[in-house]
Design a binder for this molecule. Structure first.
Ligand code: ADP
Ligand code: MG
Length: 342
């Protein structure tokens, strides 16, 4: 760990307002999804430990943002941006903008944000490095025949996040249902559909902190398991993540640290650190896994900008690893500052 003096650092907490993108979302889910709430909590936590922090909404006109940072005298940016200009695909642009302003910022840079937002591209990178990930096909139109994949399969939008577009109906058992679902995803989400072999065993996720440098090597937090308490659920769907009123919300529950044998813990740690190296991760991230019927682990995805609200998986894993929420927030800031202007 680099000894780094955080005292007096002026921190701009930057978030993207999701008001527009949440317009179609049920009111009861909006609060848990709203990054503004998160930005305020983080700003307050930084203020409590004596850091002058203020939160900023990502505006339509970025020139005004550059000016606002300058008048605030920002030394660093706590980057919580997920969808600048209401586009998840512009998530990397926020980090790139901060680099061009030569301001140190928290979390991952544009490259992993861009690559991991594209599920097919990220899986190709994983495979190229020999990391196990479920086999897949990418479709921009409904295929004549879905060759080469075994059933069951899962059909997802290729460039979404937060389980958008993922329900129990995403899991398909035959070719007819696969085609119907591919058509649905392409039409509803206006993007390609990725079809993956369904790996339906236990589900885990592992958070990683660090910059992959000699001073700040990667270190994992205790693995968590998403425990499926009821056999009727097969996937961590949109509802199970965000809708407390939906039965799956209580029936798919995270448990951290996961109750797993040491060998499985060691393998999860090894694969997570390998993912961090392959994507050049920086600051913090979370890797999602599932096992097949033989207990073999597969990487489902790498999340370079995971939720760090107080009740999110990453904060839970930090607590299990002996880091309070405030200590986690400060460590993420320290890692960002240790990288300096990028
Ligand atoms: N290939 C797969 N096999 C089994 N379950 C999957 C697979 N892909 C996704 N899932 C399920 O769907 C959830 C969300 O999928 P994921 O690809 O992580 O999307 P998101 O980026 O929206 O989180 C996972 O947490 C898991 O429960
Ligand atoms: Mg996921």
């Amino acid at each position: 760990m680099t000894p780094l003096d955080l005292s007096g650092k002026r921190v701009a907490v930057l978030y993207t307002s999701v008001e527009e993108s949440l317009a179609g979302v049920d009111a009861r889910m909006r609060e848990t999804m709203d990054l503004a709430v998160n930005a305020r909590v983080i700003t307050d936590a930084l203020n409590r430990v004596g850091l002058p922090a203020r939160f900023f909404t990502f505006p339509r006109d970025v020139v005004t943002l550059a000016d606002a940072f300058r008048s605030f005298g920002a030394d660093a940016v706590y980057n919580l941006s997920e969808c600048p200009h209401n586009s998840a695909q512009k998530e990397p642009h926020a980090a790139a903008f901060l680099e061009l302003l030569r301001l140190p910022y928290t979390g991952n840079g544009p490259m992993p944000l861009a690559v991991c937002n594209n599920k097919a591209l990220a899986k190709r990178v994983l495979s190229a490095h020999g990391l196990p990930t479920p086999g897949f096909r990418l479709y921009s139109s409904v295929p004549e025949e879905a060759s080469g994949l075994s059933f069951p399969a899962i059909v997802k939008p290729a460039k979404e996040d937060g389980s958008a577009g993922i329900t129990e109906e995403s899991v398909v058992e035959d070719e007819t249902r696969l085609k119907e679902r591919v058509a649905h995803v392409i039409e509803r989400y206006n993007q390609e559909a990725i079809v993956e072999e369904f790996v339906g065993g236990r589900e885990f996720n592992v958070a990683v902190l660090g910059n992959g440098t000699a001073e700040d090597p990667y270190r994992t937090l205790p693995p968590a398991e998403l425990v499926y308490r009821n056999a009727r659920w097969r996937v961590c769907s949109f509802e199970s993540k965000w809708d407390p009123a939906h039965p799956s919300y209580a029936e798919i529950a995270p448990e951290c640290p996961a109750r797993i044998p040491e060998s499985l813990r060691a393998r999860l740690t090894e694969l997570t650190i390998e993912c961090a190296r392959v994507f050049g991760l920086c600051g913090y991230a979370r890797v999602d896994f599932r096992t097949d019927g033989n207990g073999r682990l597969f990487v489902l995805e790498v999340n370079p900008n995971p939720d760090i609200s107080a009740d999110a998986g990453l904060s839970r894993a930090a607590r299990a690893g002996g880091l309070s929420y405030e200590a986690l927030l400060l460590e993420i800031l320290r890692l960002g500052l240790a990288r300096g202007a990028r």
